[in-house]
Design a protein around this ligand. Structure first.
Ligand SMILES: NC(=O)c1ccc[n+]([C@@H]2O[C@H](COP(=O)([O-])OP(=O)(O)OC[C@H]3O[C@@H](n4cnc5c(N)ncnc54)[C@H](O)[C@@H]3O)[C@@H](O)[C@H]2O)c1
Length: 356
């Protein structure tokens, strides 16, 4: 027996209701959408951490693609899904090739794909090194704020590693109201500290800056220490450098020896993520066989479940969550769409009639 389709069924199988669109968003558009919006982005990152803490996200482990012939390099895939008002799925695909820097190119390059919540169709591909640096810096500024609320605001900042991420973190601290009496700089490369000092001149803060050749001197003279190096293994090992109990933003994750973390209060963005890939917290877990050294997540602090102590250094080690890239990426997409500037690729999705 044959079943004839009704006219409505016929239309549904032969003509999709609407053809999904696909936009490509350039780095220039991303920068225009995010520039000068530090406060909004920090609020967005805070809301995203809260959604993640409430379980309204899917954020599987990052996948590390490594190369035997290029051991210093890697490409990481961060798939994720976030609910709430953002409500989008997607993937960040980010390369780290540290040797780029000596050739005059930034270390990291990235794209972000956004997928529609209802159909799964990808609807945008965007330049994402700026989004990644932005969400990292916004998370660092957010952590600096929350982790210092019960300890007093640091007035002496020290940047340990003065590359691109350090610049973004300074921009986000300054853009969310932080001012400093002193800005310490330390890097293995004099070119990096000179470049960072040049950036500080454009902000009017260069007069506060001092370059420290000694790592110990930088740490001892800073109440807020920002690690943004590309070190693969711990190179700061002496707990004696931290007796003034600074707040440490351990953004590069692998600088500190287990002894330093064991003498400090430790907060992370996500426990399961952070205890992987030989980060310093992962090394502590391997050494002690437990997670007792962890005091909680940033969301625990924001929700009042944990308070950072005053009698020890406080270290924030953020692994970096794909949900943050999605939230910032969707913000950029909405801004570019609102201004009518989306570059839609004609006929990107094609052959959409199931039976031709
Ligand atoms: N946790 C996160 O969410 C997250 C996100 C983005 C980037 N990062 C990390 O931030 C770090 C910095 O990234 P970037 O793009 O600014 O890199 P970059 O190459 O621009 O800068 C890194 C700087 O660190 C310096 N450096 C390397 N080893 C050092 C050492 N032992 N002591 C002092 N200085 C040292 C280098 O000379 C360079 O100037 C990377 O490790 C990256 O993986 C973390």
């Amino acid at each position: 027996m044959t079943h004839l389709l009704s006219p409505a069924e016929e239309r549904a199988t032969s003509h999709p209701a609407s053809v999904p669109t696909f936009a490509v968003i350039s780095g220039a558009q991303v920068q225009r959408a995010l520039g000068g919006r530090e406060k909004q982005i920090v609020d967005l990152v805070e809301a995203t951490y809260r959604l993640h803490g409430a379980g309204e996200s899917v954020n599987p482990p990052s996948y590390f693609l490594r190369f035997p012939d290029r051991p210093a390099s890697r490409i990481i895939a961060l798939p994720a899904s976030i609910g709430g008002s953002v409500n989008v799925d997607g993937l960040k695909w980010i390369s780290s090739f540290p040797a780029n820097v000596s050739a005059g190119l930034p270390r990291a390059s990235a794209v972000l794909i956004l997928n529609d919540h209802d159909t799964g169709y990808p609807f945008a591909c965007m330049e994402s090194s700026i989004i990644s640096a932005t969400r990292t810096a916004a998370s660092a500024a957010l952590a600096a704020d929350w982790l210092s609320r019960t300890r007093g605001r640091p007035a002496r900042v020290g940047f340990f590693g003065t590359g691109l991420i350090a610049r973004y973190i300074h921009t986000f601290l300054a853009g969310t109201g932080w001012t400093f009496d002193t800005i310490g700089l330390h890097d293995l490369s004099a070119e990096s500290t000179a470049g960072f000092a040049g950036y500080l001149r454009t902000t009017g803060a260069a007069g506060k800056a001092t370059v420290h050749d000694s790592a110990e001197e930088l740490i001892r003279s800073s109440d807020l220490v920002v690690f943004a190096t590309v070190a693969g293994e711990p190179h700061v090992t002496d707990p004696g450098w931290f007796t003034h109990n600074p707040l440490v933003l351990h953004v590069s994750l692998r600088d500190l020896a287990p002894e330093i973390l064991l003498g400090s209060a430790n907060f992370v963005d996500d426990v399961e993520h952070c205890l992987k890939a030989n980060t310093s917290p992962h090394l502590v877990e391997q050494l002690t066989g437990n997670r007792d050294f962890l005091d909680g997540t940033l969301d625990d602090v924001m929700s009042g479940r944990q308070a950072p102590p005053t009698d020890r250094p406080v270290i924030f080690s953020p692994f970096g969550l794909g949900v943050l890239d999605l939230a910032v990426g969707k913000y950029v997409y909405d801004e570019v769409a609102r201004e009518g500037q989306l570059s839609i690729i004609d006929d990107f999705f094609h052959d959409l009639r199931r039976h031709g």
